[in-house]
Design a protein around this ligand. Structure first.
Ligand code: SF4
Length: 447
């Protein structure tokens, strides 16, 4: 392994040959970022907002400087079948004077304005870094507003510096529980499921719902892609939770299991293998023999329909090398499997918030010598992409310039993308994009 790595970061970067102890303890992860290492990770506030933002009729008031509000404004390509209020961003726009004398009066006025002008029924109020420093009591403001207007005004105490992005996910899950809980009445809808941790990027939630509908499974609430306050408040009635983005939503699934007895399974709808397995596992978990038979038929039809498509593209991709840097472990695992299906070797793989068990699976799926990294920074990514001669990087908006500056192809697999990558439809989009980017003639023009 190259020597240009900060000493404190060395335990978070391993080779797949490194002898893990069966529990993933070979890599250091789930820790706060090393100061000065310039992590690619987003902050606590961002982690909370990206989970809550797709709730279509919710208002988000960002208590802090305008920059925090714009940082996550319309951050996801989440689509809606109802309200599009969520695409706005409201801010108290704190200035130096407010930071010296306190900003609670401005926050109270912002809540009053959002209720008066927009008739808000559900408001999330976020505390950002500076609010964490000056100590404005956003809980008191939210409590008073809830009593005054008889609506849900929920504080999300998420100063960016107060932990990791995963802490933001937890805060968001706690906030979602506060939306669901008031409607809990103990009733159940037999055989129905909630989908957790899918954000309806480019309509991906609708693709998954479509499969489940075809095999006869009722989707109750979607959390949070294309959700509304009213649909969220039915969530406690489901018989099963399925968790697509494990990093952001496993904590919510566990809380719903503890409080309302709803079991959960983790799924992934990225790639042929994971999509097929997930459909079958959901059918087996809540369906009868007829549902399972329909699931098997759907999987057979869709998979065989894709075979000639994959056969066409595979010769153009076999032998290429990929680097992956994404938010959570489950997505990284699905991507390695997808690349394996295409004959592409994953030579570098990392995540912002992966857990020990994710890294164990990643290590098992990887070839000898693959670099595995947790909470990487740009310098580390560049170093290992060059060292391992990656042909393509799969990541998000912050990784795109790294790839292009190195003359490496890129595929966006994050919030901002505008085409679906989930389900069997997503496999087609993904393979076409990978092929277009890797085999673009532009790379031949580089020295
Ligand atoms: S909360 Fe803090 S770290 Fe996050 S965007 Fe605002 S200032 Fe930056």
């Amino acid at each position: 392994m190259t020597a240009d790595i900060l000493e404190e970061r060395k335990k978070s970067i391993i080779s797949s040959d490194f002898c893990c102890q069966g529990d993933g303890s070979g890599i250091s992860c789930e820790k706060e970022s090393v100061s000065g290492a310039v992590s690619q990770r987003a902050c606590v506030y961002c982690g909370a907002r990206v989970v809550l933002n797709p709730i279509t009729d919710a208002f988000h008031i960002i208590h802090g400087p305008i920059g925090c509000s714009s940082y996550t404004w319309d951050i996801r390509g989440s689509l809606t079948s109802g309200s599009d209020v969520f695409r706005n961003s409201f801010s108290t726009d704190l200035k130096e004077r407010d930071i010296i004398f306190g900003g609670t009066k401005i926050l109270e006025a912002a809540v009053d304005e959002v209720v008066a002008k927009h008739g808000a029924k559900l408001i999330f109020v976020y505390a950002t870094c500076i609010v964490g420093v000056i100590g404005d009591d956003i809980e008191a403001v939210c409590r008073a507003a809830t009593e005054k207007y008889k609506i849900l005004v929920i504080p999300v105490k998420a100063p960016g510096f107060s932990g990791t992005k995963s802490q933001g996910y937890k805060l968001a899950c706690d906030a979602i529980m506060k939306v669901i809980a008031p409607a809990y009445d103990g009733s159940k809808i037999p055989g129905s499921i909630n989908i957790l941790g899918d954000y309806n990027l480019s309509g991906e939630m609708w693709i998954i719902e479509g499969y489940l509908k075809k095999i006869g499974i009722k989707v109750n609430a979607t959390i949070t892609g294309d959700a509304s306050m009213q649909t969220l408040q039915t969530a406690s009635k489901a018989s099963l939770n399925i968790v697509q983005c494990a990093g952001s939503s496993t904590y919510l699934a566990k809380r719903m299991e503890e409080e309302w007895g709803i079991p959960f399974i983790k799924v992934s709808f990225f790639g042929v293998e994971d999509t097929s397995n997930s459909i079958l596992r959901v059918a087996q978990a809540v369906g009868n023999e007829e549902v399972i038979a329909k699931a098997e038929e759907l999987i057979q039809t869709e998979s065989s329909g894709l075979q000639s498509f994959l056969d066409k593209y595979k010769p153009k991709l076999v032998g290429k090398k990929a680097a992956i840097y994404v938010g959570g472990g489950f997505k990284a695992i699905s991507l390695i499997r997808q690349f394996n299906e295409l004959g592409i070797e994953t030579v570098v793989v990392g995540t912002q918030t992966g857990q020990k068990e994710d890294y164990d699976i990643i290590r098992q799926l990887s070839n000898s010598g693959t670099i595995i990294m947790d909470d990487a920074n740009p310098s580390e990514l560049e170093t290992f992409m060059k060292e391992k001669k990656a042909d393509i990087l799969v990541g998000g908006v912050k990784e795109r310039p790294l790839a292009y500056k190195l003359g490496i192809a890129f595929c966006d697999h994050n919030h901002e993308r505008k085409h679906a990558l989930a389900g069997y439809e997503g496999v087609r989009n993904f393979v076409e994009e990978i092929n277009l980017s890797i085999n673009s003639p532009v790379w031949d023009l580089l020295d």
